[in-house]
Design a protein around this ligand. Sequence first.
Ligand SMILES: Nc1ncnc2c1ncn2[C@@H]1O[C@H](COP(=O)(O)OP(=O)(O)OP(=O)(O)O)[C@@H](O)[C@H]1O
Length: 662
Amino acid sequence: MSTGPADGASPTPPNPGAGAAAAPPPGPPPNPGAGTAAAPPPDGRSVRAAERTVLRLARPYLGRLVGAGLLAAATEFAGLALMATATWLLMSAAGRPPLDRLTVAIVAVRALAIGRGVFRYTERLAGHDAVLRMITDVRARVFATLAGRGDAARGRTGDALSRLVSDVEAVQDLLLRVLVPGSAAVGVSVLAVAGAGLVSLPAAGVLALGLLVAGVALPMAATALTRRAADEVAPLRGALATDAVDLTHGAADLAAFGATRQALAAAGGRARRLARLERRLAATGFAVDAAGVLVAGATAAGAVAAALHAGVGGVLVGVLAVGSLTAVEVALALVGAARQRTQLRAGLVRVAALLTGPETGVAPLTGPETGAASAAPETSPTPVPATPVPSAEARTAEAIATVTAAAPHDVRLDEVTVRYRVGVAPALDRVTLDLPAGRRVAVVGPSGAGKSTLAAVLTGTVRPEGGRATLDGVDLSAYPAQELPRAVGGLLAEAYVFHTTVRENLLLGRPAADTDALTAATRAAGLLDWVHAQPAGWDTVVGEEGGQLSGGQRQRVALARALLAAPGVLVLDEPTEGLDPAAADAVLASALAATPAGHSVLLISHRLSGLAGLDEIVVLDAGRVVQRGRHAELVAAPGWYRDQWLLQEAAERGYLALTRRP
Ligand SMILES: Nc1ncnc2c1ncn2[C@@H]1O[C@H](COP(=O)(O)OP(=O)(O)OP(=O)(O)O)[C@@H](O)[C@H]1O
C-alpha cells in the first residue's frame, strides 16, 4: 500500500511546488503531542501523600535503611573528623613537639581514612540491599496493578513500561539519594556543632547558623527556584518525544492536510521552550552551588573570628576553620537532596497512585482513561443507522459544507503512467480517469494493482512519468504543495492518528471547524456515540499512534477527519478497513452522503459492497484499467469484478464453505 516515492529512483520527485511561494496555511495545526497526555504538575499535598505511601512500603526494611543512614552519617563524620584531626596534626607538628604527643593523632588519621572507606562501602551495600529488596516488592505490585488494568493490551505499553521502570526508580532515588544522605547530613551537622561547642560556644553558634543556611535555607531556595521549571520540563520532554513520533509517522497525513509547516513550528516552539527551561535550571543550579561555596567560606571565617574573639588558641582555631568548611560542605548535600526530590515528584505520585488506588486522594494517573469501549475490538455496527435517514444525511452534508471553503474541481488523468523504479513494470500504465465536479468513482482491483498509486497521483505525492494529471485543466505539478491539499485530499492509505485528543485529531482536517461540523463528520464516520460515551468526550486522548483506540475506531477518526476537511476532490483509500461488513456498509453510506454536493469522490476499496450508487467503477489490474462501468453492468459481465463480487457475497453470508463442496 506504500505510495511514497521509490527510493531515489523515481524519475520525477513528488511535491515539485514545495519551494514555490505558498498560500498562507489554512489554520493552526492540531498540536499533536502538545503534552495533552501529560498530568498537571503535582501539588505539595499529593507529593507528601505519595511519599508517605512509598515510605510505608519501606517498613519491613526499616532496620536496614536506618543502618544505611547511620553508616552514611559515620562516613561523613569520619571525613569531618579526618580533616579536623589532620589539621590539628599538621599545625601541631609545625611546633616540633615530642613524637609521642602526635602518635594518637597519627593513628587516628589512619584509622579515620580507612574507616571512611569501609563505612562508605558498607553503607552502599546496606542501602542498596534494602532499597533493591523494597523495589522488587514495589515493581511486583505495580506490575500486578498494570496487568490488572490491561494497559499493554490497550496499546499503552510505552506508558506501562515507563511506570514500571523510571517511575519505580523514583522510589529508589527518594531513599538512596534523598533520605539516606539527607539524614546523614543532619546527623553530622548536629555532631559538628556539638564538637565546635567543646572548643568555643560563639564559634559553635556561628557554625550552627551557617549550617542552617546551607542545610535549610539554600535547599528551600533551590526547590522554590526550580520547582516550576522542573514540573514543566518532564511533560515537555514527553511531548517532544511524541512530536518526534508524530512528525515522522504522521508526515504523510500532515502533508495531506497542508499542516506540516505548522506542526514543525509547534514542535520547534516546544523544543526551544525546553532548551530555555533547561538553561534556566542549570543557571539556577550553578547560582545555588556558588552560594553554597560562599556560605561555607563565610561560616568558616565567622567561626574563626568568633573563636579568636573568645581567646581560643591558634591550633584549635585552624581546626575550627577546616572543620567548619567540611561540615558546611556535608550540609550542602541537602541542596542536592532537595533538587533530587523536586525531580522525583511526578514519578512518586504516579507510583503511589498505582500502589494505593484512587481512593487515597493521590493525584490521578497520567492521561484520562478511556473506558472499556476504547479497548473493545471493533466488531459490531456502531451507532450509524444501517439505512441512513435522508434528512439526517442532508443535515450532515450541510453542517460540513457550512465550514467548507473548498470549491468543486474537475480532475482528469490522461494516459497516466507511473513507474517507481527504472526497469520494473509500471505501477500505473496509461490510465485515464475523468473526475468532474460531483462525480463519484470507485477504484477496485487486486492487491498491488495500483489503486493507492492512483490516489497518490491525484494528491500530488507521486508524479507520473508519462501522460497528464490535471486539476481544472492545469497540470497538478503546477500547484504549490501547500494549496493542493485543499483541493484534493482525504483519507490516505494507513492514515495516522496523532497522540492527542479526538478533537485535535479532527481539527487537523479543518482547523476552523466548530462543534457542529465536528459532530456531523464524527456521526458520518460512526464514531459519535463512542465520543459521547467517553468521560472526556472530544478531549479524550487517543494515545500514541491512536493506541488507545481499536483499529476500527482509528479508521473512523481518520475518516471523520477527511470528511471534515471536505476537499473539492475527496480521496478515500479504504475508508472502512478494519470494520466488520455491516459497519463498513453503514459507514460508507453515511460518509458518501455526508460529502457536500458538487464535491467529487475517489473511493478505493477492496470491498465491492456499497458501490451500487457510484457513477463509475474502475477495475485496475497490474496498473491497467481492465474494466470500467457501473456496478450493475460489471456484475452482469464476466471478469474480475463479477468473480470478486460473487466471492465476497458468498463469504459474507457464510456460504463460502458450501460453495467449496464438490
Ligand atoms: N513507494 C513505492 N516504491 C516502489 N514501489 C511501489 C511503491 N508504492 C507502491 N509500489 C508498487 O507499485 C505497485 C502498486 O502498488 P499500490 O500500493 O498502488 O497497489 P494497491 O492496488 O493500492 O495495493 P493494495 O490493494 O495492496 O493496497 C505495487 O507493485 C507496489 O509494489
